[in-house]
Design a protein around this ligand. Structure first.
Ligand code: GN1
Ligand code: MG
Length: 365
């Protein structure tokens, strides 16, 4: 812990550091909430970036700066109506003026402002919360809709490109032997039945039907902050994966996360279901904002996006299980297998409710 105090002390903040505790439930980076004994801002967020995953962390910081400066400019030009607030975390500089601090052991640290008066939830509580989650993603996409995606670096090659995950999965299967439990067999069969369809979004992009934009990359429910007093969504945090991509990845990720009331960490994978009422509420929050930039083709691929990103995350967890947990942090043996089962079950539930989900998209578009 002494060490963490020393790390937190590398950044330009006011006041004395009085507490540091682990914060959030990220699967990749390490995140801490730092408390200051200060008259002004009382907290900041300290993070160690996982450089096994983000090989060029300085480019992650560059993307974050480009995106947040763009958003700040837009909000200054056209402040939000209706007295709503929308916040974007600011990067706190280190004493040497850089946007990160490189520790002597090579670890990469950065500090961000904490959005006071707000909190996040791992699952959605009710339809109002769901509408706000959709609004938040719509707001984020709208604010970035005029940022040319080419200005952002590709900080995580292959991220959300399902065919790439399938290729890696095949390589892992060829190299690693695994015990064939009923759960493992279910997953193997599950992937093999869907491997042809899983090219759907990349094919559509290759055919010129979908195109790249600036996206968030990880808009799951617990990355959306809700104001404690008003219950309004006030921010989307975790901007590490802001980069060029298809908005479909974001929409799919938001819905696979938001419409699973048991949450992605549940151990009751057999009862996981995709909740279409929450889906309607999220889309009712999202679409009115997004209508100004979504094309007809974008709408055509929304159902596939919802199905695909649930499937893809299951595939990513399952592959990591087979590979020996080299990517996602795990808290117990078999954790990644359990997570994969949740996403595959969710995918099945999405598939079995296809007519209802298509109906909702039709109703709102
Ligand atoms: C990872 O670290 P965290 O929790 O923000 C992952 C996302 C997954 C998510 C599943 C860079 O995000 O893609 O959807 O876990 N981030 C990366 O919870 O791979
Ligand atoms: Mg993330």
């Amino acid at each position: 812990m002494d060490n963490l105090f020393a790390v937190a002390g590398q950044f330009r903040t006011q006041g004395k550091i009085i507490d540091i505790r682990e914060f959030g439930s990220g699967n990749i980076n390490n995140t801490f909430l730092v408390t200051l004994d200060a008259a002004g801002e009382k907290h900041f967020v300290l993070q160690r970036i996982n450089t096994q995953v983000f090989r060029r962390p300085e480019l992650v910081m560059q993307n974050m700066r480009i995106a947040t400066e763009h958003i700040h400019r837009r909000l200054e030009q056209a402040p939000l109506s209706g007295g709503r607030r929308w916040e974007v975390p600011r990067v706190l500089l280190a004493h040497d003026g850089r946007d990160h601090w490189l520790a002597p052991d090579g670890s990469f640290w950065r500090a961000l402002t904490f959005i006071e008066g707000s909190r996040s939830f791992d699952t959605i509580k009710d339809s109002h919360h769901a509408g706000e989650v959709g609004y938040a993603l719509g707001m984020f996409h709208t604010l970035l809709s005029d940022l040319p995606p080419g200005r952002l670096a590709d900080t995580l090659e292959g991220f959300h490109i399902t065919p790439r995950y399938l290729r890696h999965y095949d390589e892992v299967l060829a190299k690693h032997s695994t015990g064939r439990s009923p759960e493992v067999n279910y997953c193997l069969e599950f992937v093999s039945m869907r491997s042809v369809w899983a090219h759907v979004l990349e094919n559509a992009q290759a055919q010129g039907r979908l195109f790249l934009r600036a996206i968030h990359g990880d808009p799951k429910v617990n990355n959306i902050l809700m104001d404690n007093a008003t219950g309004h969504a006030v921010s989307i945090v975790d901007l590490d994966t802001v980069k060029p991509g298809l908005v479909h990845y974001d929409i799919g990720d938001c819905l696979r996360s938001g419409c699973n009331p048991l949450g992605e960490e549940t151990e009751e994978w057999e009862t996981v279901q995709f909740d279409t009422d929450l889906c309607r509420s999220i889309l009712q929050g999202y679409i009115p904002m997004a209508r100004e930039f979504l094309t007809e083709n974008d709408f055509e691929y929304l159902f596939d996006a919802i199905r695909l990103i649930a499937f893809e995350l299951g595939l990513r967890f399952f592959t990591d299980y087979l590979e020996g947990d080299v990517y996602f942090k795990v808290r117990r043996p078999g954790h990644n297998l359990a997570r994969a089962l949740v996403q595959f079950r969710l995918t099945e539930s999405i598939e079995s409710q296809k007519p209802a989900i298509l109906g909702i998209i039709q109703e709102i578009r």
